[in-house]
Ligand binder design. Structure first.
Ligand SMILES: Cc1cc2nc3c(=O)[nH]c(=O)nc-3n(C[C@H](O)[C@H](O)[C@H](O)COP(=O)(O)OP(=O)(O)OC[C@H]3O[C@@H](n4cnc5c(N)ncnc54)[C@H](O)[C@@H]3O)c2cc1C
Length: 436
């Protein structure tokens, strides 16, 4: 079977849906091809009737007040609530620091100054040369690895400083959750498309993109359920698949290869995260007064060092986060192993009784982004001296291929939902203006 359209969009995550909506609004015939049976990509909300709140398996926070998301929150409208930002550091159930962000902020401020003065260097090298206490260095390294899903010996301080400056512009030290779950945002983006059932195809795995002449491409699609093949002929292709897919040798084949773009993609890094949600019968940690007002619980556990509650809403849910090098022992492990490591860590951190914690556990939610064939990792980060590679990846190729998606954001908002939305719109506007 073959189909014709002006623009084929690969992926129906935040970037792909934003591109589709933008093109559709301008009356440009576009078709969005999504490998999964659902939209949203790394936005993945589960509604469990037994849970008091929607369960997020991917993106959870709206970081600050980015217009890409807040314009939607107001227009839809969606309900957003503040997250409890207080972070405490714990060791064996005892609070060792009531204001963990201040310690970390001091190191990060210093890093921003170093990034202005010095050539790019790995965060670990910056730390080694800095005057901070060993304890402060350890917490700052934990923060950088956790937030960016990055390895401290690889991630460069120039990109970390650029991201921090961009976050300042949008009150990035605040965080919000969407009361109906992040998926509401993806649904809103799709609802703005006329005849969405005709313009979005699920279960459509793109295997090959052939573009022998500028302005002429064919996208080869395999149906995930039937195995049937379709060729989509178009003039331009917006590719929003995650960086892990672009880097993989066995995912999408380009004929011919856009050499500069793919070389740039290989120089960027894919970060790994193991994120779990534990639902308990009661919020046992709130019995400890110093824990009951904390949004974030930080520890020096090897795996799952970081946890957070649902504050400002009170609910018996805890989210465990293991990223960067902390995720290594968990990657590709069976779910039962991940659950028991998570439960052990949270029991130690809160100082709770292990038997009681296990008995109170009602449900466990987890998505393995590492082995997910359509993600192959959590989100991108920039190794030392690789900052120009983001721009190289975002550069349109012969007015035919347009790479979008969080890894191509140039405004310091990569690895976020709002960054992804901005890149989808950018690609659509480049096409509409005939620019690129
Ligand atoms: C665990 C986790 C927690 C996160 N937390 C936050 C957070 O709190 N706040 C925040 O702002 N961001 C967060 N992020 C990052 C955020 O989710 C992403 O930056 C954003 O959703 C990426 O959107 P995207 O459109 O670029 O990519 P995706 O959402 O990955 O969309 C790409 C789409 O391409 C599809 N695809 C892949 N291969 C093919 C193929 N061959 N053919 C067709 N389709 C294909 C995929 O199925 C996917 O739907 C988190 C991510 C993870 C994994």
């Amino acid at each position: 079977m073959s189909l014709d359209c002006e623009v084929a969009i690969i992926g129906a995550g935040a970037a792909g849906l934003s591109a589709l909506r933008e093109l559709d609004r301008a009356g440009c015939p576009a078709l969005c091809l999504e490998a999964r049976q659902r939209i949203g990509g790394r936005i993945f909300t589960v509604h469990d009737p037994l849970s008091p709140l929607p369960i997020e398996l991917g993106a959870e926070f709206v970081h600050g007040r980015p217009p890409e998301i807040w314009d939607i929150i107001r227009a839809a409208p969606l309900t957003a609530y503040d997250c409890g930002q207080k972070a405490i550091r714990l060791r064996n159930g005892r609070v060792v620091d009531e204001d963990a962000w201040s310690t970390i902020d001091r190191v990060m401020e210093d890093m921003r100054l170093a990034a202005q003065r010095e050539p790019d260097l790995p965060f670990s090298e910056f730390l080694a040369n800095s005057v901070h206490t060993e304890e402060a260095k350890r917490w700052a390294a934990g923060y950088v690895e956790g937030f960016n899903a990055a390895r401290q010996e690889i991630v460069g301080i120039h990109s970390l400083a650029a991201d921090a400056a961009a976050a300042d512009q949008i009150d990035g030290d605040q965080a919000f959750r969407l009361a109906d779950g992040y998926q509401a945002l993806a649904l809103y983006l799709l609802a703005g498309v006329t005849e969405p059932a005709r313009k979005l195809r699920l279960n459509s795995i793109v295997e090959r993109i052939v573009w022998r002449r500028p302005g002429e491409a064919s996208v080869h699609v395999r149906h995930a359920l039937t195995g049937g093949h379709t060729i989509v002929r178009c003039r331009r292709v917006i590719i929003t698949v995650p960086l892990g897919i672009l880097q993989a040798q066995d995912a999408i084949r380009f004929e011919p290869e856009p050499a500069d773009a793919l070389r740039a993609a290989r120089r960027l890094a894919v970060g790994h995260v193991v994120r779990v949600v534990l639902r308990f019968r009661e919020a046992f940690w709130e019995e400890n007064q110093s824990l009951s007002s904390a949004g974030f619980l930080l520890s020096d556990e090897d795996v799952f060092p970081t946890w957070w509650t649902q504050l400002s809403v009170r609910a018996p849910l805890l989210i465990g986060w293991s990223a960067g090098s902390h995720a290594d022992p968990l990657l590709g492990q069976p779910e039962a192993h991940v659950i028991s490591r998570a439960l052990e860590a949270v029991t130690r951190i809160t100082g709770a009784d292990p038997t009681r914690t296990a008995n109170l556990l009602e449900a466990f939610y987890f998505h393995d982004w590492h082995t997910d064939p359509f993600s192959r990792g959590a989100y991108s980060y920039v190794p030392t001296r690789a900052l120009p590679d983001r721009a190289a990846l975002a550069e349109p190729v012969s007015e035919t291929l347009y790479f979008a998606g969080e890894a191509t954001d140039l405004g310091g908002h990569s690895a976020t939902v709002h960054g992804a939305i901005a890149t989808g719109r950018r690609a659509a506007r480049q096409i509409l203006s005939g620019n690129g």
